[in-house]
Design a protein. Structure first.
Length: 255
């Protein structure tokens, strides 16, 4: 069931979203050669503490997961697409890093992600990241009252496929509100004019993921959480929490 949020509820979600925005900004600033994902997780945790917020990631256990998620931040490096568990690996020059973070404040949740390169970037990585960001922007542009979920999916998929990239099957965006994952699902590829019609008060986490090698195949790492590309090619991830409004989409996690 899709819950339509009132305008005051959307304002409250914006406050949660801004905790997410501050955390991602702080993590991006702290990331560098020699820094570990565990250290980045602590940076994000500090932002939560300062805001009086909690983590919807920490302890989260969906049906596919063998164990609860052990951190507040997902850190996916190079061939990791999403759900990377922070560890002691030290980031190296040229690593492509995707970070995904959520915060719960006042009973409302925000969720966002971005990708970047540590140290000296490769042109191919910058193009991959830029495509993920363009796909996100296209999805947000399609998130207007009267459109359908398929219009968002088609906008995202068109950008990704036109660039020659793969899209991991079965993973995409979702409704968000009192819980991190709510109805409806938001695929990263689909047919326009199909699916649920968008209404004022819907709030969606829109999150394209792209695989550089052009295939859609991936697998779960031994930790049961991290999803990696089958061909070893790099991946990028971008995400915002977006409210559907009569006046146009409002990005609640804008940085």
């Amino acid at each position: 069931m899709v819950e339509l949020k009132t305008d005051p509820s959307i304002d409250a979600m914006y406050e949660a979203g801004q905790v997410v925005a501050r955390a991602l900004t702080a993590v991006r600033k702290a990331a560098g050669v020699g820094v570990s994902p565990l250290e980045l997780d602590e940076v994000a945790h500090d932002v939560l503490r300062a805001a009086g917020a909690t983590s919807p990631f920490l302890g989260y256990r969906p049906p596919f997961a063998p164990t609860p998620f052990p951190a507040v931040l997902c850190v996916s490096v190079n061939d990791a697409i999403v759900h990377g568990v922070p560890g002691r690996y030290r980031l190296r020059d040229g690593d492509l890093v995707s970070i995904d973070f959520g915060a719960e404040l006042g009973g409302w949740v925000g969720d966002s992600a971005l990708s970047f390169v540590v140290g000296t970037p490769r042109a191919a990585d910058l193009r991959l990241i830029e495509t993920a960001e363009r796909a996100l922007a296209a999805g947000i542009e399609a998130a207007v009252v009267g459109n359908r979920i398929g219009d968002i999916a088609h906008a995202i998929g068109t950008v990704c496929r036109s660039a020659g990239y793969g899209i991991p099957d079965g993973f995409g965006g979702h409704g968000i509100g009192r819980r991190m994952h709510e109805d409806p699902g938001v695929p990263n590829e689909g047919r326009p004019g199909r699916g649920m019609r968008l209404r004022h008060g819907m709030v969606l986490a829109i999150e394209p993921m792209v695989i550089a090698g052009g295939t859609d195949a991936f697998h779960a790492a031994p930790d049961g959480w991290t999803l990696r590309t089958n061909d070893g090619s790099r991946a990028a991830h971008a995400e915002h929490t977006v409210a559907i409004r009569e006046s146009g989409p409002r990005i609640l996690t804008a940085r």
